[in-house]
Design a protein around this ligand. Structure first.
Ligand code: GTQ
Length: 349
């Protein structure tokens, strides 16, 4: 888009002097930056990256020897995009981290305007409580804490429990709309029995007087892995998509929209030996391998991945997945934001 310009040294100097003068008044010429501001296609500053769980686990457990959950409030190791170090984000719009809670510990109740998801990776016996209801965290469960809902975590079992946190922290930061508060109670009182929300809102039925608004997050705050696996196994008997394998998106069952307005989440099954056709989309996406293993290629980078490995595919980077064994992948992205704004695009290559 930038027309080549053959500038004489004098003209160049004259322009630079002008830029310097207006610079002192906090102005700058658009024409020097237009190409970068309005690129012909996305050029994410983020980079594809991969974290092996075998290494993550050791470091997370080491953090468990250095600080308690109580002291840390949330004992989390943030997964930072290698090209965005220091910004606490894994893509431009999303945050990811691994949280550890040891037997007997409590991560005290708080709430914030940032929306969060948890993907349970390792260990049994922990729970998350969301607005007065607890859910036991089982491996592969996808749990959400929508904006401004009270939440606390605890571990009643006898092994360390590790999960992946995904939050819209960079989006809320960008909008300068972050609020947070700590509860006086470190653990919320149970207002409803475990399973209540899933029975009321997540079983193809809804309470008689419940009229959800389209932008509301779902009242279903846990999507048990058992159910996800059953759905994936069910569709795997049918035709397969060349670019996605057998892939489904998690929804608010009352509206069909994403579970939370800022974060979309997905689960996919790739049969043993299956290779996806190259695909790209504008939502930079974080993946977790829940079962199986294989190879991921992003542009000219590639990795092999195993269970619980995490990898990130930035916006408009071409992705190919190959399953060595039958594999189940969880993923999340800012797709609902882009779709609400009419920005989202994808391309099947
Ligand atoms: O569990 O509430 O990874 O507030 C970052 C911020 C987790 C949480 C994070 C949080 C939480």
């Amino acid at each position: 888009m930038h027309a080549p310009q053959n500038l004489s040294p004098e003209a160049r100097q004259q322009r630079q002097a002008f830029y310097d003068r207006i610079g002192q008044k906090n102005m700058t010429p658009l024409w020097e930056v237009l190409g970068a501001l309005v690129p012909p296609q996305p050029r994410s500053p983020a980079q594809a990256a991969h974290w092996r769980y075998a290494e993550l686990r050791d470091q997370v457990l080491e953090a468990g020897r250095l600080i308690t959950a109580e002291q840390a409030e949330r004992r989390v190791l943030i997964l930072e995009n290698p090209a965005l170090r220091g910004q606490s984000c894994i893509t431009q719009s999303l945050y990811a981290g691994l949280q550890l809670i040891l037997p007997g510990e409590v991560a005290p109740a708080h709430r914030h305007t940032q929306s969060a998801l948890r993907l349970v990776m390792d260990g049994e016996g922990a729970y998350t409580a969301v607005d007065g209801e607890r859910t036991t965290m089982r491996r592969g469960d996808f749990i959400i804490t929508p904006a401004w809902t009270w939440h606390d975590h605890g571990n009643l079992g006898n092994e360390p429990v590790v999960w992946l946190d995904g939050l819209d922290i960079p989006i809320v930061r960008f909008l300068d709309a972050g609020f947070a508060e700590r509860s006086e109670q470190s653990s919320q009182d149970a207002l409803r029995p475990e399973g209540d929300a899933l029975a009321r809102y997540g079983s193809n039925m809804l309470p008689m007087d419940y009229q959800p608004k389209l932008a509301d997050p779902t009242k279903v705050f846990v999507y048990p892995f058992e159910r996800t696996k059953a759905s994936l196994a069910g569709i795997a008997a049918g035709p397969i998509d060349a670019h996605h394998g057998h892939k489904l998106r998690y929804v608010n069952p009352a509206t069909g929209a994403s579970p939370m307005p800022t974060i979309g989440a997905f689960a996919q099954l790739l049969p043993a030996g299956f290779e996806t056709c190259p695909y790209r989309c504008t939502d930079g996406t974080v993946h977790v391998c829940l079962e199986g293993g294989g190879e991921v290629q992003v542009g000219d980078q590639s990795w092999s991945f195993e269970e619980n490995d995490v990898f990130v595919v930035p916006s408009w980077h071409t992705l190919t997945l190959r399953a060595r064994r039958q594999s189940i992948l969880f993923s999340f992205s800012d797709r609902p934001v882009q779709q609400a704004l009419g920005l989202w695009r994808d391309e099947r290559l």
